[in-house]
Design a protein around this ligand. Structure first.
Ligand code: NAP
Length: 284
């Protein structure tokens, strides 16, 4: 399997997304700014932010400071819905504010490569209104691709058309979300894997399958996890604000997991019990 730091995944829209993303959850101020710049230096071309992370403007600034043209970096943000139903127009207003924060080029009409609905809150009507707002913003040219996050199969099935380009879910060997992955794969929805490092959980990193594979390939456990995700065809979003880890998390292209290695990792699935985050895929 010939994967490289430049590998991309083709979305149903026809656009391409760099397969390796850089996550910035809980990255604040200077560490976020430096982290994004270090990530770009290490070869990442895709940054995953959100309104709820309070760093969209910092990410936007760091992209400008990197000196690369805006068009070479794939930027994602997420609209955080509430549990109550909001009108499409009010959501659209909030969406436009994010765009101005994250695209700092000063262009009259900034754009975002991808905007997601962060969680399936608001019930069926709320989800439909939120989705319609993203569809409108996309038609207005503000957003290239639109998608969802933490959507379970029933949320995806009930969503008005068009289908989302992407569903971003918690995804690593202990939490494989098999029903959602199957539905997305059958419906042309690309899958982003959040918390791909299991948030560096110490107990999980003692797992013998992970330890043995790290030893076998002379790699870190984090690198084994990222490689598993890439070989599955997912879009992993490892987060780190530590310069050496930002680099090592992208140093995953000089080895390959065999089909037996992949099977051993696939065997670690614990379903929903294996989740390490909020994983709100079962919202009513
Ligand atoms: P993660 O990427 O699985 O783990 C991040 C943690 O692992 C940090 O504590 C980081 O520490 C540590 N780490 C990073 N590289 C390491 C390495 N090589 N060795 C050991 N430890 C390492 O977890 P995450 O931040 O929850 O998820 C990643 C991204 O997915 C987020 O940043 C965000 O963009 C997205 N996300 C989305 C949702 C959603 O609801 N849509 C939810 C969660 C996350 P340092 O930073 O100190 O290096």
């Amino acid at each position: 399997m010939s994967l490289s730091i430049e590998s991309t995944i083709k979305l149903a829209s026809g656009h391409s997304i760099p397969q390796l993303g850089y996550g910035v959850y809980q990255a604040r101020s200077k560490e976020c700014e430096d982290g994004v710049k270090d990530a770009i230096t290490a070869g990442y071309r895709h940054v995953d932010s959100a309104q709820g992370y309070h760093n969209e403007d910092i990410v936007g600034r760091a992209v400008i400071q990197s000196g690369l043209p805006r068009s070479e970096i794939f930027l994602t943000t997420k609209y955080m819905p509430s549990h109550t139903v909001h009108s499409t127009e009010s959501v659209l207003d909030i969406v436009r504010k994010s765009l101005k924060k994250i695209d700092r080029t000063g262009d009259e009409k900034p754009y975002i490569d991808l905007m997601l609905i962060h969680a399936p809150f608001g019930g069926e009507q709320g989800r439909a209104n939120n989705w319609d707002a993203l569809v409108k913003a996309q038609k207005e040219g503000w957003i290239r691709d639109i998608g969802v996050s933490n959507f379970g199969v029933k949320h995806l099935q009930a969503l008005p058309s068009p289908k989302p380009s992407i569903n971003q879910i918690e995804l690593h060997p202990f939490c494989q979300q098999k029903d959602i992955v199957k539905y997305c794969e059958e419906n042309g929805i690309a899958i982003e894997a959040y918390s791909p490092l299991i948030r560096a959980d110490k107990n999980r990193y003692e797992n013998p399958v992970l330890k043995n594979l790290a030893k076998k390939h002379n790699k870190e456990i984090a690198q084994i996890l990222i490689r598993w995700s890439l070989q599955k065809g997912y879009i992993p979003l490892p987060k780190s604000v530590t310069p050496s880890r930002i680099k090592s998390n992208a140093d995953v292209y000089d080895f390959e997991l065999t089909s037996e290695d992949m099977k051993a990792l696939d065997g670690l699935d614990e379903g929903a019990k294996g989740a390490c985050t909020w994983n709100p895929i079962d919202q009513p």
